[in-house]
Design a protein around this ligand. Structure first.
Ligand code: CP3
Length: 350
């Protein structure tokens, strides 16, 4: 298919981020390709390791398109992971079955030795996935690229794994402020070049996942979340002005407004702890809002979920709004509940 290269060809999520009013909100879900889908598990089993799947463009493209085929989502999100950047910088990353990511914890000397030449070249398979998806995706769907925010990626590099409160990274940032600042700088530079390359390969929108933004105090939030994201947004504006940018500073709380104002993002993804009236009255004047159904409602489904979905749509759909979850979809989510959710967001309740 030859793509309509005008704004109308970039799909409904791009349109909302560009502040065009939609009658019903567009919908996509974080982690919409994943273990809750049997067709994902089938390809995952064939691919070998999780990273092999991320680095095999034909399979990664197929997985990216699965939720479009099954649910007719309004946007496809590139299938990859936030930890491909540390992998490409020479910190080998493994995913233990059922346990999450494992890395060799980084120390001060390792930071100086990080490779920042050729990061994007080493991520060529991911860019090839973006191209393949763009070829196959209809004109009226938005293609979303992504990376992890420097702070969140750094937390995994320092601890070597996920932790409940990111204590290792918070300690490291205090004990070794110079080395930590260098790590954040290197990740910021790799991220902005990588995102621009995703846009050149065909992404319309990019989302930056700062899943652990919520554990930082005001000053640290400014330095490690807002400042790097501001640089990333500036770089994208300069190199790919047609692209739109979504930030996801999960758990930012009272730092959210400052994040949106200072970074200049087009949209902000908000988790379920953000009150809807606040999202409407404060945030939507500044940026499009994306969110914020608690993924647990999608597991339970039924009338309780439907009421919550109505409340979200009714409150936020007078302003720029993209329906999403407040965090990624859980593997135990019943597929029928996702189908029901998409129908309700698109058509309302009968
Ligand atoms: O949204 C999508 O469908 C696109 C794909 C995507 C994945 N990871 C695939 C994945 C995206 C956008 C991510 C982002 C990501 N990865 C984040 C930020 C968002 C968030 O959830 O907070 C983070 C922190 C990671 C790091 C990561 N990757 C963890 C902690 C884990 C293990 C936990 C888990 O959910 O399994 C992963 C693995 C991972 N990334 C899987 C998928 C589909 C599961 C691996 C498998 O299939 O075996």
């Amino acid at each position: 298919m030859i793509r309509n290269d005008g704004p109308e060809g970039r799909g409904p999520v791009w349109q909302v981020l560009d502040r065009h009013k939609q009658t019903r909100p567009p919908i996509w879900l974080m982690r919409q390709a994943g273990r809750y889908l049997p067709e994902y598990r089938e390809i995952r089993a064939r691919a070998g390791s999780f990273l092999d799947l991320c680095y095999t463009p034909s399979l990664a493209a197929e997985v990216t398109l699965q939720p479009i085929a099954r649910f007719d989502m309004d946007a496809a999100i590139l299938f990859s992971d936030i930890l491909v950047i540390p992998d490409a910088m020479g910190r080998s990353v493994r995913f233990e079955q059922g346990e999450g990511p494992r890395l060799e914890p980084i120390d001060v000397d390792d930071i100086a030795a990080l490779r920042d030449d050729g990061v994007v070249e080493r991520l060529a398979p991911v860019l090839e996935t973006v191209r393949l998806v763009r070829e196959k995706l209809a004109d009226d769907k938005t293609l979303i690229g992504f990376c992890g925010a420097p702070w969140t990626v750094a937390t995994y590099m320092i601890a070597g794994r996920g932790t409940p409160d990111q204590m290792p990274a918070r300690r490291f940032a205090r004990a070794e402020p110079v080395a930590f600042a260098e790590l954040i700088d290197r990740l910021t530079e790799a991220s902005m070049v990588y995102l621009t390359a995703q846009i050149e390969a065909g992404a319309d929108v990019v989302q930056v996942f700062d899943s652990w933004a919520g554990v930082l105090d005001e000053v640290a939030f400014e330095r490690w979340c807002i400042a790097p994201m501001t640089r990333i947004v500036k770089h994208i504006r300069a190199h790919a002005p047609h692209a739109r940018v979504i930030g996801f500073p999960k758990g930012a709380g009272l730092n959210l407004e400052r994040y949106v104002r200072a970074t200049g993002v087009d949209g902000v993804s908000v988790d379920w702890t953000v009150p809807l009236s606040y999202a409407r009255d404060v945030v939507q004047d500044l940026a499009a809002v994306q969110g914020n159904l608690d993924p647990l409602w999608l597991i339970s489904g039924g009338e309780a979920m439907a009421e919550e979905v109505d409340r979200i749509v009714e409150t936020l759909n007078d302003g720029p709004f993209v329906f999403n979850l407040g965090h990624g979809i859980r593997p135990e989510t019943p597929i029928d509940h996702v189908t029901a959710l998409v129908r309700q967001v698109r058509e309302g309740r009968p």
